[in-house]
Design a protein around this ligand. Structure first.
Ligand SMILES: [Zn+2]
Length: 205
């Protein structure tokens, strides 16, 4: 009787471990691309930039959704995630953000990344977006939030870019950005697909 109980215990533990492993595997399974909408789902802490008319989170979601939709359309496997992260693996991870400034129009576009592995990809993005975005650019990793972004520690990606796509507290910039959000998303998706070796059509502005 005792041995039977032991065997039953052993197998139920084994089954639980197996279920745990399958769940863990499905959550952490490597994907080609991870797209994060910055601040999405946050109600406390860093909830993102805000201006009179716009909230960063909303714009991040519009852009991130469109990037993910296009990548799927081009048959690239993509995981679209909110602010909350857990250990994940990807070839490319991109986090979408818009900046805010206490003195309006002092900011603009910038890029953050965790290390030099992402440097070349970052420069490609900059030279592409620079041909469209007619406002200020900061140096890469110009704030701690860019250089030490929390998600770098959870998402293991060969290349990880945090994109600040413009300044939400500057009316001149929002006037330019707002009608172009989907075009900008197309540009982001295009540069990711190209980086992965896919040939897709360059968007026209
Ligand atoms: Zn942000």
């Amino acid at each position: 009787m005792k041995t039977k109980n032991k065997a039953a215990k052993f197998f139920s533990v084994l089954i639980l471990l197996l279920i745990g492993f399958i769940l863990y595997w499905s959550f952490t399974k490597p994907v080609s691309v991870i797209i994060q909408a910055g601040h999405e789902g946050r109600t406390t802490g860093n909830t993102g930039a805000e201006s009179k008319h716009y909230r960063e989170e909303e714009w991040n979601i519009i852009v991130a959704d469109e990037v993910a939709r296009l990548l799927k359309l081009w048959h690239i496997d993509v995981k679209r995630i909110p602010a909350r992260v857990y250990p994940m693996k990807a070839t490319i991870a991109v986090s979408i953000h818009f900046d805010g400034a206490t003195k309006p129009c002092r900011s603009g576009a910038s890029i953050g990344y965790p290390n030099q592995n992402s440097y070349a990809f970052a420069q490609k993005w900059k030279s592409l977006y620079k041909t469209y975005f007619p406002f200020k650019w900061h140096k890469d990793n110009f704030t701690k939030n860019l250089k030490y972004y929390y998600a770098y520690n959870y998402i293991k990606a060969d290349k990880f870019l945090l994109l600040e796509l413009g300044e939400l507290s500057c009316k001149k910039q929002t006037n330019w950005l707002q009608p172009r959000l989907k075009k900008i998303a197309h540009l982001v998706a295009y540069s990711i697909a190209t980086e992965l070796g896919h040939s897709v059509k360059k968007p026209q502005f």
